[in-house]
Design a binder for this molecule. Structure first.
Ligand code: ADP
Length: 279
């Protein structure tokens, strides 16, 4: 197989993601490991993605790391902030994106994106766990529900309960108290989704809602949170099965652009994705 192979590695606070790209547009393999910076996650994500497409690190023309732990990857040729990588990845997935919401494990970002996929402006909350994946992970543990089940469970709520505390620790106590009062778990989950969504909604309004709104990051995999944000903003939000990989995908595209010296500038045609997710 000919072609320029590049690798993007997103070392997040909560999960490590790796994407191997051919010619800046075709995803050959990707992998996510649900542990992030400072763990074996990054190395395992890289090994899984390379293994899935039968390649070695030495086959990569360039490797770009991004995310919270981006400076910890010895194999990286260069590092780029996750803001730029998510903007790049989201633009490749949805060329019309103008507003981007990224909710990861420990921060929430709202971004304005230019027509060329460049980041124009952003606001973020990385000061507390409210509104982040961590908030969902903490509540899921208390409710004894897998985080991947929250969306489906919340959709079955009959009488959503409000979670009034912003602080994750107090909100956790509130959830425990709801459980003790025999409130249905699905109703609690719906309230948790609304709480998480409200943080992203506030940030997105500050950055300005314009054009196509896209959501990336692991929390985009939770349709309950996405739906609450859509309702509050009064817009449809585009998501992709690749949402959690957007940063790694963007990093791999930037690595290609660095090799070529020109922007890849293409979106990924439907059907070219090889989803090889290792847990
Ligand atoms: P980071 O880059 O900060 O490590 P991610 O963008 O990878 O974070 O998002 C991690 C978050 O995604 C987790 O905290 C979790 O809440 C959420 N998440 C991960 N997998 C799933 C899933 N299968 N369904 C719903 N949410 C998920």
């Amino acid at each position: 197989m000919t072609g320029v192979l590049t690798c993007g590695v997103d070392i997040g606070s909560t999960a490590s993601k790796c994407v191997v790209l051919k010619d800046g547009r075709e995803i050959l393999a990707m992998a996510v490991i649900p542990v992030g910076a400072g763990t074996s996650g990054p190395a395992r994500a890289v090994a899984a993605a390379l293994g899935n497409c039968g390649k070695e690190m030495s086959d990569m023309a360039s490797v770009c790391s991004t995310g919270y732990g981006r400076n910890s990857l010895a194999e990286a040729d260069f590092e780029v902030s996750e803001l730029s990588c998510h903007a790049k990845g989201a633009h490749a997935l949805f060329p019309d994106v103008r507003t981007l919401i990224d909710i990861g494990g420990q921060d929430v970002k709202a971004m304005r994106i230019g027509p060329d996929g460049r980041l124009l402006n952003f606001v973020m909350n990385d000061k507390c766990a409210a509104g982040t994946g961590r908030f969902l992970d903490v509540m899921a543990r208390v409710l004894e529900v897998d985080v991947s089940e929250l969306g489906a469970r919340g959709a079955k709520a009959e009488r959503e309960v409000a979670i009034s505390s912003t602080c994750t620790v107090f909100a956790e106590s509130e959830v425990i108290s709801h459980l003790a009062n025999h409130v249905a778990i699905n109703d609690i989950i719906a309230g948790i989704h609304r709480s998480v969504a409200s943080r992203a909604v506030g940030l997105t309004r500050r950055v300005g809602v314009e054009g196509l709104v896209v959501m990336t990051g692991g929390v985009a995999r939770n349709p309950g949170v996405v739906g609450c944000i859509e309702t509050a903003l009064g817009v449809s939000i585009a998501t992709s099965p690749l949402a959690q990989y957007a940063g790694a995908f963007g990093a791999a595209i930037l690595a290609f652009e660095r090799v070529r010296g020109t922007p890849a500038g293409t979106h990924v045609p439907a059907g070219t994705h090889v989803i090889a997710e290792k847990k």
